[in-house]
Design a protein around this ligand. Sequence first.
Ligand SMILES: Nc1ncnc2c1ncn2[C@@H]1O[C@H](COP(=O)(O)OP(=O)(O)OP(=O)(O)O)[C@@H](O)[C@H]1O
Ligand SMILES: [Mg+2]
Length: 266
Amino acid sequence: MKPPKISIDNLYVTYPGRKRAEPVEALGGVTLTVTRGELVCIVGPSGCGKTTLLRVLAGLEQATGGSAHIQHDNSARPVKAMVFQGSGVFPWMTVAENVAYGLRLQGVSRQERAEMARHWIAEIGLERFAQSYPAQLSGGMQQRVGLARAFACDPEVLLMDEPFGALDAQTRLILQQVLLRQWERDAKTVVFVTHSIEEALTLGDRIYLMSARPGRLLHEVAVPFARPRDAIALRSDPRFSQLFAEIWELLRDEVERARLAEELTE
Ligand SMILES: Nc1ncnc2c1ncn2[C@@H]1O[C@H](COP(=O)(O)OP(=O)(O)OP(=O)(O)O)[C@@H](O)[C@H]1O
Ligand SMILES: [Mg+2]
């Protein structure tokens, strides 16, 4: 049997305290696996270590204990790309340059880059803005650029950190649809962090719920909705509101604990 695409085993991350501050234990022993082609959502209260978990997977942060590993299947493709909290686009590059950025790092030729950028800009519906700069676009459009940039370099794994968190509800629904369609088409493995239970139910095959800091896994929820999914139609499915209520019940105490901890440190 093939090993899982992503395996995280008893992962601990502690940030050293700055000056005289105490060290911060961000993750307190997380174990999870993600299989190939799966879209897994991670939901948990603010500060529970969700970004830290993705950063370890992305190789941007070191584990203090345990391990996190992504299996690289095809050395011709990059193993992972991260979509950051906020769009993470470069303000000094045009939309086309932003979308082609990862390709340039991969050494793809100029002509091929231009073609792929054109394709992805069309996918996200921004043809008229290819030569615009991010400051000339709305937040939702910038977020689309961030998505297109990640998809364009065709990584095996997409690590997405609340990519739609800052958007209005309508734009968010539209981008959820864009992601669903794209993911259904190229079956990437996706780890998607969100605060929104609705978003997790809309997108995920499974949802991992995390405790307040230090983050641990509280629960794993299998999402029963068939694919392809429609982000809007799903909301009138009675199972949607029932699962929402169940997950909220599981998370409520954790959210309250996180809020109290924040108040104490203020
Ligand atoms: N570089 C760092 N140095 C010290 N502490 C850090 C650092 N990065 C994060 N932390 C702390 O580690 C904990 C987890 O942070 P992290 O950003 O992973 O949480 P999160 O779940 O992504 O939160 P949010 O939902 O608000 O984005 C927080 O208490 C945070 O203050
Ligand atoms: Mg975060």
